[in-house]
Design a protein around this ligand. Structure first.
Ligand SMILES: Cc1ncc(COP(=O)(O)O)c(C=O)c1O
Length: 392
């Protein structure tokens, strides 16, 4: 059996390698603290689980829902966007539910990218930003995210011929893995760039609610002209701890939404009705639990950084997300550092280059362990830095 060529361009082999390393160590009876995967470790709020359960008890709620979504969910999304970002959306034409934002990011390029077209993607970036274009036969063009440029792409550095060949651009702020946030000026610049080169902008804002120290991330759609050029993908996975309860949505340009809805009507028959009811409860209900969830990540961030900092690992605290993007000590390549750290401390993190070549020199640490376990991880790492005399 021979797999299709496109399969070779999917996913980063690194995640499989890391998982094998983790399993090998566990098989040897060593304790592994896995900080590699960004999967929320907290439950959803009670009222969300209650809405899901209540709806699931209704025998009439097991039919197809159709991929356009139920009106009450679409309206909840529009109202949430207005309250949270001051962005007005027409629920009938500018909102589309997704089976998780991954579903949307995996498929959107099928609508706008012909084989051989360019897709601009952040480097480093969340892996689906490469897999989605690959499924469509697109060619990736990396937009390096460098510390010197606050991890924002430099449109000025892009050659105009490349920009003209690009059909879609994917952006993600607050960003996974680099944890950077966007400014309004950058979003305005993005609109001008997309208008000039006729590029569909897909902004992934999965981490908008996991922000710290009073900082509130902006929606791309809140800047003038954004709705003419793009859409924004959102996820209930991180905001409401509903990762397994697949639900997300895409909002923005009505034409893009219409084309995408037409594609999706060929792929799925919509999400489970009780999950959409849970989504309505999440979006319309009290957002106190969301702030508490963010506070948990903020506290973990502070505890972790303060411990490893004392041992010489200097890290810029992220303003948002559930990750830390940390430089590796100069003597090491990212993967080599991850291997050594795992074998000596049992703590597993992800080498930055797993997310793209510009991630070399960094590792991503997911703050997905409760306080005591994270403290243990931080102390073991601190010991590792001291033992080898490492600093950054
Ligand atoms: C930046 C980013 N976008 C999208 C997703 C996918 O989320 P969902 O569960 O909505 O598919 C993730 C998941 O980790 C993510 O980190």
């Amino acid at each position: 059996m021979e797999q299709a060529e496109r399969m070779q361009n999917l996913g980063s082999a690194m995640f499989t390698i890391l998982d094998e390393m983790r399993r090998d160590l566990s098989a040897q009876g060593k304790s592994v603290i896995n900080l590699s995967i960004g999967s929320p470790d907290q439950p959803p709020a009670e009222h969300i689980m209650h809405a899901l359960l209540k709806s699931a008890e209704n025998p009439a709620h097991y039919g197809y829902t159709l991929s356009r979504g139920i009106p009450a969910f679409l309206e909840s999304v529009a109202q949430w966007y207005a309250r949270r970002f001051g962005v007005e959306l027409d629920p009938g034409t500018e909102v589309l539910p997704l089976l998780g934002s991954q579903d949307g990011l995996a498929h959107i390029c099928l609508c706008f990218v012909n084989p051989g077209d360019l897709v601009l993607v952040p480097d480093p970036g969340y892996p689906i930003y490469s897999a989605g274009p690959a499924l469509a036969g697109g060619i990736l063009h990396h937009l390096p995210l460098l510390a010197a440029n606050n991890f924002l792409p430099d449109y000025g550095a892009l050659d105009p011929e490349t920009a003209r060949r690009a059909k879609v651009m994917i952006l993600n702020y607050p960003s996974n893995p680099v944890t950077a946030v966007a400014t309004e000026a950058f979003f305005r610049e993005t609109v001008a760039f997309a208008q000039k080169y006729d590029i569909v902008v897909c902004h992934d804002i999965a981490y908008s609610e996991l922000s710290f120290d009073g900082y509130r991330p902006l929606s791309f759609l809140s800047v003038p002209g954004a709705k003419e050029v793009g859409v924004e993908f959102h996820s209930l996975s991180k905001t409401y701890n509903m990762a397994g309860c697949r639900l997300g949505f895409v909002v923005g340009n009505a034409k893009i939404i219409e084309i995408f809805a037409s594609l999706k009507s060929n792929i799925d028959y919509g999400g489970f009705l009780p999950v959409q009811h849970a989504g309505i409860a999440a979006l319309n209900g009290s957002q106190n639990y969301v702030r508490q969830t963010a506070m948990v990540y903020q506290r973990r961030r502070d505890r972790f950084i303060s411990t490893v900092e004392k041992a010489g690992w200097r890290i810029t605290p992220p303003k948002a997300t559930m990750f830390i993007w940390a430089p590796v000590p100069q003597a090491y390549r990212s993967f080599e550092f991850v291997q050594k750290l795992l074998s000596e401390t049992g703590v597993l993190v992800v080498p930055g280059d797993a997310f793209g070549p510009s991630g070399e020199g960094y590792v991503r640490i997911a703050l997905v362990a409760e306080d005591t376990l994270l403290d243990t991880a931080a102390s073991r790492i601190a010991g590792f830095f001291k033992k080898h005399g490492l600093t950054t």
